[in-house]
Write a protein that binds this ligand. Structure first.
Ligand SMILES: Nc1ncnc2c1ncn2[C@@H]1O[C@H](COP(=O)(O)OP(=O)(O)O)[C@@H](O)[C@H]1O
Ligand SMILES: [Mg+2]
Length: 134
């Protein structure tokens, strides 16, 4: 089973990350709609790391529980962390000039979404998208 960690430090990293996700999607046989959902969610998290933490990394792996297969992405950064996590998960909340839809939008797109963050402690976001999209 594949397990890649890719650093996130600059704009070009989007390309490599998207192509690795596509590879994992192909390996699991995930359909295009679900693949697109996962890549869209992942792109928002890469964007946030570049914008707010400047750098970080993403670990990508195929996970299976019983007969269920999916892709798990863990985004980690050691940036400033999020002061008001509850607010940050609401539509339209942004501390920059963003639309404030990255985190709540990503959560809606994937099967499972978890975030851990605290000021001065960085941020960890974990996504799982199951092959069946549920
Ligand atoms: N990795 C991160 N590190 C620090 N703060 C973050 C991070 N990701 C998100 N945030 C905070 O959460 C807010 C909401 O993020 P998001 O929903 O993506 O909206 P936007 O990026 O458009 O502001 C951001 O404005 C920022 O304050
Ligand atoms: Mg964002």
């Amino acid at each position: 089973m594949s397990n890649h960690t890719i650093p996130i430090v600059r704009e070009q990293d989007f390309i490599l990350i998207r192509s690795h996700i596509q590879e994992l999607c192909a390996e699991t046989g995930m359909n295009l709609i679900n693949q697109t959902k996962l890549i869209t969610a992942a792109s928002e998290l890469v964007r946030n790391i570049l914008n707010y933490a400047k750098s970080g990394k993403v670990m990508m792996e195929i996970v299976s529980i019983n007969a269920r297969q999916g892709i798990k992405l863990t985004f980690t950064d050691e940036g400033p962390g999020i002061e008001n996590l509850q607010a940050a998960m609401q539509d339209g909340y942004s501390t920059s000039s963003g639309m404030g839809l990255g985190l709540p939008g990503a959560k809606r797109l994937v099967s499972e979404f978890a975030i851990q963050s605290a000021p001065g402690k960085g941020t960890i976001v974990t996504l799982i998208h199951w092959k069946d999209g549920h």
